[in-house]
Design a protein around this ligand. Structure first.
Ligand SMILES: C[S@@+](CC[C@H](N)C(=O)[O-])C[C@H]1O[C@@H](n2cnc3c(N)ncnc32)[C@H](O)[C@@H]1O
Length: 483
């Protein structure tokens, strides 16, 4: 439906109509305009200074609170749209989340804009026209199979596979929740008259994912007009967003920033976000990015670990670890790794205890002390006389996983580069992004391997580890392989 609406024109407005739309809906612009930036048209539209701007300016933009598309905003729309309310109710818990309610609201707006849908099925709002300004984002959920193959060995590959599965589940949930609602059956699902397909769910997901911001006091939401600002990190960030006393969204020039007419007004989508997340959520990697910044590698507790089931049950964190850039090198963090590398003979124990309300609960203990959260495990290990041994095990585990990932990435490199460069089935943008991500992740993996290698060597020189590895000199310890 959405793709067709854009092609046929009923779901598309030129960016030249943006200012009249904003004026009509009470948005205030102060010395700025929205449109493509000459020389950077590939980034779509952006916010541009119309005159010189400096410290002490009034807000560059004020967006009335009733245009802010949040969970609360959708619930307010639903009060005057019976069909929207029925749909949200039918979706249960998902309809009460920011993401679920906003995606459904966007679908309703596209439906309202469709000329073949009877008036009154979906109530039109200022946002019905707003979504006509939103470009089609080429996020990886829209990449072809050949393009996705270029991601082999990157952490984006499993992330996209998992995302597509979860989008499919959500789409099926939408279908089963709404196929008995008469108008949904007619306009969305009917074999002859229904217009919805999985692609529409991907489209509203892409609108939300690439444009949602976390607004102080509101949470995750889409803010029309502020979401026209492109991203720049660090000192490149020119403006910031917040809410004013009335709940309106405002865009403010950062202190010490001075702009000339024609300069771009950027915000940050999150300076800490890594290359993988930037491609995943926004479909680009900032030109100035010279490192993948961070990457997440999954990890399985080995089958021969006798406490595997209990460890998996108790674990609340994602099974894996995060590698990230630090000022002095590469570091990693994960509660899961610490849990993976200790066992009963070290002092880890699990017990089923009765809670005050009569339920039974599995609790983890370290040397008789209850762990009130997995984050406490690392502190307990750090205070243990065997700390260096545990660290060595953890580093070895991390290094093995980094090495396996590097083999996957570099092992597929030659074939991929040939396919990417010669393959005619891959579009230029996904191709360039995939190649850049491969390079950035490859270099982070190399640095991480070297960094854990030196850590391992340092640890191997400690007295605790030497004693541990040499059971003949101290019969308390058994031999272990850290190679
Ligand atoms: C919140 S929207 C910004 C407005 C958008 N350019 C438009 O035309 O509607 C985010 C999208 O803008 C583009 N974008 C933002 N910052 C960019 C940058 N620094 N380089 C390239 N593309 C960028 C990406 O396509 C991203 O998914």
């Amino acid at each position: 439906m959405i793709r067709r609406g854009r092609v046929e024109g009923w779901l598309r407005l030129p960016i030249s109509a943006f200012k009249p739309w904003a004026d009509l809906n009470g948005v205030t612009f102060n010395g700025i305009k929205v449109g493509p930036l000459p020389g950077h048209e590939d980034r779509g539209s952006t916010v541009i200074a119309e005159r010189a701007l400096s410290d002490g300016e009034d807000p560059l933009m004020v967006v009335p609170r009733d245009l802010v598309l949040s969970l609360e905003g959708v619930q307010i729309h639903a009060r005057s749209d019976r069909n929207l309310q029925e749909l949200l109710d039918a979706l249960g818990d998902f309809g009460r989340t920011a993401r679920g309610s906003i995606l459904v609201f966007l679908l309703m707006q596209a439906t309202a804009a469709c000329p073949s849908v009877s008036k009154g099925v979906a109530v039109r709002s200022p946002l019905t026209d707003y979504i006509k300004f939103l470009p089609e984002e080429l996020l990886p959920t829209f990449w072809t199979e050949a393009e996705l193959n270029l991601l082999e060995g990157t952490t984006l590959k499993p992330a996209i596979e998992a995302k597509l599965k979860s989008l499919n589940r959500e789409y099926e949930q939408l279908r089963s929740a709404s196929e008995d609602i008469e108008w949904c059956q007619k306009y969305w699902w009917d074999e002859d008259t229904g217009m919805l397909s999985f692609d529409d769910w991907l489209q509203v997901d892409a609108m939300y994912r690439s444009r949602a911001l976390e607004f102080p006091g509101i949470g995750d939401c889409m803010v029309p007009c502020v979401d026209m600002a492109n991203h720049a990190s660090g000192e490149g960030t020119v403006a910031l967003y917040e809410t004013d006393g009335q709940g309106n969204a405002v865009l403010l020039l950062r202190d010490d920033k001075r702009l000339e007419a024609g300069d771009e007004i950027t915000i940050t989508y999150g300076d800490e976000k890594g290359a993988c997340e930037m491609v995943f959520s926004y479909g680009f990697i900032e030109d100035s990015m010279t490192s993948a910044r961070e990457l997440f590698l999954d990890l399985e507790i080995p089958d021969d670990d006798p406490l595997k089931r209990a460890k998996k049950f108790i674990s609340t964190s994602a099974p894996g670890f995060r590698l990230f850039d630090k000022a002095d090198g590469i570091s990693w963090e994960s509660d899961y790794v610490w849990l993976s590398c200790v066992n009963e003979e070290d002092g880890l124990d699990f017990r089923v205890l009765q809670t005050t309300d009569g339920n039974r609960e599995l609790k983890a203990f370290w040397k008789e002390e209850e762990l009130r959260g997995l984050t406490q495990l690392k502190d307990a290990l750090e205070a243990d006389p065997m700390w260096e041994v545990f660290r060595l095990r953890a580093t070895a585990l991390v290094q093995d996983r980094v090495e396996a990932q590097a083999r996957l990435l570099f092992g597929s490199d030659e074939g991929i580069r040939t396919m990417g460069l010669e393959g005619t089935t891959c579009r230029a943008r996904p191709k360039a992004l995939a190649m850049r991500l491969r390079t950035l992740e490859g270099s982070l993996l190399e640095k991480a391997w070297n960094s854990v290698e030196s850590e391992k060597q340092e640890l191997a020189e400690t007295e605790t580890v030497k004693r541990y590895l040499n059971p003949l000199s101290d019969s308390r310890y058994e031999e272990e392989d850290f190679s």
